[in-house]
Design a protein around this ligand. Structure first.
Ligand SMILES: CC(C)(COP(=O)(O)OP(=O)(O)OC[C@H]1O[C@@H](n2cnc3c(N)ncnc32)[C@H](O)[C@@H]1OP(=O)(O)O)[C@@H](O)C(=O)NCCC(=O)NCCS
Length: 179
């Protein structure tokens, strides 16, 4: 069983920059708010499927109070001028036994460097070890970067198009006995 609450892995981005993919912590409240503040309205719209920049306290609590069983959240942390900054995040929420809905967001200036793909890989690894079999997501039809991340994940996937939204479903492998 993966210790998701203490999850931490270091990776190197395409440009050579180091990034830590780690579990979101309650102390990330300020860092998360800073990441939202520097995200474009288009990115926030694509993440929340609505115009969203201000959040209520209870919404913020939902984003920060993670049980790491039914709700798992990872952040991608980079160093900026000697200080840690949240460049992106991904989470899943279990919606029925064996199935979780996932969502991603990467700060605009860090998009296209592979952070989304890394978050996908680590989130799927945690989900697989937790025994989940399916990860689902709702994506706007023109959100090519997100659809590309799902395609490149390598997991068998099904894609269902509706007028306003694309439903993506990824099949996870069975966990190996060591996990
Ligand atoms: C979707 C998102 C999380 C992806 O994160 P990212 O760090 O930019 O993703 P990556 O860099 O790992 O990969 C993005 C891929 O999309 C590709 N891409 C980018 N723009 C594209 C476009 N307009 N058309 C086709 N592909 C595109 C990139 O080339 C890259 O593929 P590559 O690895 O083959 O080069 C990020 O763009 C984001 O936060 N968007 C706003 C919020 C959002 O859409 N959330 C999804 C809600 S579930």
């Amino acid at each position: 069983m993966v210790d998701a609450v203490n999850y931490s892995e270091f990776e190197t981005l395409r440009g050579g920059r180091r990034v830590e993919i780690r579990a979101l912590r309650p102390a990330d409240r300020t860092g998360l708010a800073a990441a939202v503040a520097r995200s474009s309205s288009e990115s926030l719209y694509r993440r929340f499927l609505s115009v969203k920049r201000n959040f209520t306290e209870s919404e913020i609590d939902f984003f920060l109070n993670i049980d790491f069983i039914n709700h798992v959240a990872l952040v991608a942390v980079v160093e900026e001028n000697g200080r840690a900054a949240i460049a992106g995040g991904a989470r899943y929420v279990v919606v029925q036994p064996g199935t979780a809905e996932m969502a991603f967001a990467v700060v605009d200036e860090y998009q296209g460097q592979g952070i989304g793909a890394l978050l996908m890989r680590h989130l799927a690894a945690i989900a697989t070890r937790a025994g989940l079999r399916t990860l689902i997501a709702e994506v706007l039809p023109d959100n090519m970067p997100m659809l590309k991340v799902f395609e490149k994940s390598g997991f068998p996937r099904s894609v269902r198009h509706e007028a306003q939204v694309v439903h993506v479903s990824l099949d996870l492998p069975e966990p190996t006995s060591q996990e």
